[in-house]
Structures are given as structure tokens and as C-alpha cells.
Design a protein around this ligand. Structure first.
Ligand SMILES: Nc1nc2c(ncn2[C@@H]2O[C@H](COP(=O)(O)OP(=O)(O)OP(=O)(O)O)[C@@H](O)[C@H]2O)c(=O)[nH]1
Ligand SMILES: [Mg+2]
Length: 357
């Protein structure tokens, strides 16, 4: 069988998972079997947990980006075809990954074109994000991601007024021509059907190959601290789960701010009994963005998954997270244990294939 593969890249926190989970729902409503591939440099992913919670079939490519783990990506795609035979597969590369056209789109098309029809490469852009606090290298990576887009999905359109949307669309159309710009909102759903119509009706030209400096790209990734953890938190008495999450993230934001460590994306999923919470913070000092927040939940046991991507060293990030846990959940009222804890800076990208000819 041939599945349509829709690859959606873009910087950390731009709104990829939110869009893809909404898209999965809309595709199901169109009668199309759909699955998702998530991707990360590490393990224990909020995105995969969220997809499972929303009943979207998901496979995970962990421990490296799609380009460096191409055999794992292919294995995941083929596993989906063998098990649920999806007409459409949505795939989200790591938010610090670029050069997808040469390392993922072209190799899949050249070597597995019978199995996968490649939709135009979509890159998400959150134009509400400020790059203040990021180094030149991370800025370089950010703009390289946009430069290879065949479609720029201008995300979080609900936070912009119509003039801002029109201005941004014109700006990016000119800067990254030829490119289509699709303003959309993963929150209101506006623009998603039009974007889906476009990616389902056309295929990638696979022609926008970056002249990218891999050393700068590697430096940019190495400047990002990456932390994935999951575990269980218990209280002696029931407590407000929402308050605990909000308090934890606010204190972590402050702790990171003291080190001038710019937040790219903090995301936390917490489950207490039947209740599931998911919240993100995509900018230092920004507002918490609640994706799942049932009201009035009190519990004495919470299972959590925390993913943090921050412009700082792994040491600073790990200390900030451990200290914040200790401060927000002091013994003896609380006890917590980590079932998994990893903190690192991504290694230099070494793609399995790079087809730039
Ligand atoms: N207001 C608004 N918020 C959005 C929109 N899309 C995403 N968000 C919020 O932005 C936060 C980050 O979104 P994600 O979808 O997790 O971003 P991502 O690109 O998958 O992030 P990474 O996986 O870390 O690269 C979440 O809290 C979302 O609810 C949108 O269209 N409007
Ligand atoms: Mg995501």
C-alpha cells in the first residue's frame, strides 16, 4: 500500500503536536485512517502520551532525530502500515531538527516511493515567539528550518489580529519563496481544513535543498539543554493537581530565569486517577498554555511526564528541575520518585542519508 506522509517540522513549541492531533481528528472525520510518528532525542515523551490519551495510533522514534535514525523512522512507518494500514501518516520531527528535505524527504521518495507519497514539507512558525535570549547559532537553526519549507504553517493565528496575519504571510512568502503560507490555529481549528486540502492534493517537489553549515547546526543543538523525566508524586493528603502543576512551572521558570536560560519549551503531562492534565510554557516569563485541564481535581497521587528544552547547559537545567521539585513538593508532606531521568545536550547530527544532488 501507499500511505500519504505529511511531515511537519518547525522550532520547539511552535504548535506541531497540537496541529497534528487536530489534523488526525479531521482526517478521521473524512474517513481516512490516520496515525502519528513522534520523535525525540530522548525517551519518555509528553507528545506520545498525549496522542495515546487522545486515541491517535502513535509510534515513537526515540534517541535521535528522523535524519539520524532513518532506519528507525522507516521501521516505524512500515510497522504502522503492517498493523493499521493508515491512508495518512503524520510525522513530527524533533523541534531542533532541520535539513529534512535532503535527509528525510528525498531518501524516502528515492528509496521507498512505492510505499510513501510525500506531501509538501510543512514547517510551523509561531510568530508570537521572541528569539530574545537565544544565541546566533540557535537563530541560524531557526531560520534554516523555515528556508526549506514548501508550506509555512503560521501557527497560533488566534493570538494575532488579521493585519498581523496578513503582514506575516506576505513577509514569509517573500523571504522564503517559493512557499505557500497557511495561517492556522490548533486551538480554534481555523485554517486546518484548508492546510489539509493542500497537503493531500499535492506532493513534495523535494527541490528546496539547504546549503547548510553542519557545524553551526551542531553548535545550535549543543546549546540546548534537553531533559526528559517521568515519575510519581504522592501527598499525605489530597491536593489540587492544577495548583501543583502551575506552582511547579512558575518556580521552574523563575529558577531558569536566574541563569538567563531561555525556555524553548517546557511541557508537562500529569495524570491523577481518571484526570489528565497537559500544559506548556514556550517562552520564559510567558503564560502557561493549558491543553488539558479538568477543573476541581484533587488527588494524593500524580503520575507525571516532564520534557524541558531550554537554552542552557544540561547541568543548569538538571539542577533547576531537581531543586524545583524539592521546593514545591517538600517532605514529609510529599514524596516523589523519578522512574526515568535523563538530561543532556543533543549530539552533532549525523544523517543516515543526505541527498543534495
Ligand atoms: N493559542 C494557541 N496556542 C497554541 C496553538 N498551537 C499550539 N499552541 C500551544 O502551544 C503549546 C506548544 O504546542 P505544541 O503543539 O506542543 O508544540 P510543538 O511544536 O509540538 O513543540 P515540540 O514538540 O516541543 O517541538 C501548547 O500548549 C499548545 O496548546 C494555537 O494555534 N494557538
Ligand atoms: Mg511536539
Amino acid at each position: 500500500m501507499t500511505s500519504t506522509l505529511i511531515l511537519v517540522g518547525g522550532f520547539l513549541g511552535a504548535g506541531k503536536t497540537t496541529l497534528l492531533l487536530q489534523a488526525a481528528k479531521q482526517l478521521a472525520a473524512r474517513g481516512l485512517r490516520t496515525a502519528l510518528v513522534t520523535n525525540d532525542q530522548g525517551n519518555a515523551l509528553v507528545d506520545s502520551a498525549l496522542a495515546t490519551q487522545q486515541h491517535v495510533p502513535v509510534v515513537e522514534v526515540a534517541g535521535g532525530c528522523f535524519c539520524c535514525r532513518f532506519p528507525d523512522l522507516l521501521g516505524g512507518l512500515q510497522q504502522l502500515q503492517a498493523t493499521i494500514a493508515p491512508e495518512v501518516i503524520l510525522a513530527e520531527p524533533v523541534g531542533s531538527c532541520t535539513d529534512l528535505m535532503a535527509t528525510v524527504v528525498r531518501p524516502l521518495h528515492a528509496l521507498h516511493g512505492q510505499e510513501f507519497s510525500l506531501a509538501p514539507l510543512t514547517v510551523m512558525l509561531d510568530s508570537t515567539r521572541s528569539l530574545a535570549g537565544y544565541s546566533e547559532e540557535v537563530g541560524y537553526l531557526y531560520y534554516q528550518q523555515l528556508a526549506e519549507a514548501e508550506i509555512i504553517a503560521l501557527s497560533k493565528a488566534d493570538l494575532l489580529d488579521p493585519e498581523q496575519i496578513a503582514g506575516a504571510a506576505l513577509k514569509y512568502k517573500n523571504l522564503y519563496a517559493p512557499v505557500k503560507v497557511c495561517p492556522l490555529s490548533g486551538h480554534t481549528g481555523a485554517g486546518i481544513a484548508a492546510w489539509l486540502d493542500l497537503v493531500l492534493a499535492t506532493t513534495s517537489q523535494a527541490s528546496k535543498i539547504l546549503a547548510i553549515d553542519y557545524q553551526r547546526y551542531a553548535e545550535a543543538e549543543a546549546q540546548l539543554g534537553w531533559l526528559n523525566t517521568c515519575g510519581v508524586l504522592r501527598g499525605q493528603a489530597p491536593f489540587s493537581v492544577q495548583n501543583w502543576i502551575a506552582h511547579f512551572l512558575r518556580l521552574l521558570d523563575v529558577a531558569l530565569g536566574q541563569h538567563k536560560a531561555a525556555i524553548a519549551h517546557l511541557k508537562l503531562q500529569a495524570v491523577s486517577g481518571e484526570a489528565c492534565f497537559k500544559v506548556s510554557l514556550t517562552q520564559s516569563g510567558g503564560a502557561l498554555s493549558w491543553d488539558l485541564c479538568p477543573s476541581g481535581v484533587r488527588g494524593d497521587c500524580v503520575e507525571f511526564v516532564l520534557n524541558a528544552r531550554v537554552h542552557t547547559t544540561p547541568r543548569v537545567l538538571e539542577q533547576a528541575v531537581r531543586r524545583t521539585f524539592a521546593e514545591v513538593t517538600p517532605e514529609p508532606e510529599f514524596q516523589y520518585e523519578f522512574a526515568h531521568f535523563e538530561c543532556f545536550a543533543p549530539l552533532p547530527p549525523q544523517p543516515t542519508y543526505r541527498m543534495d544532488g
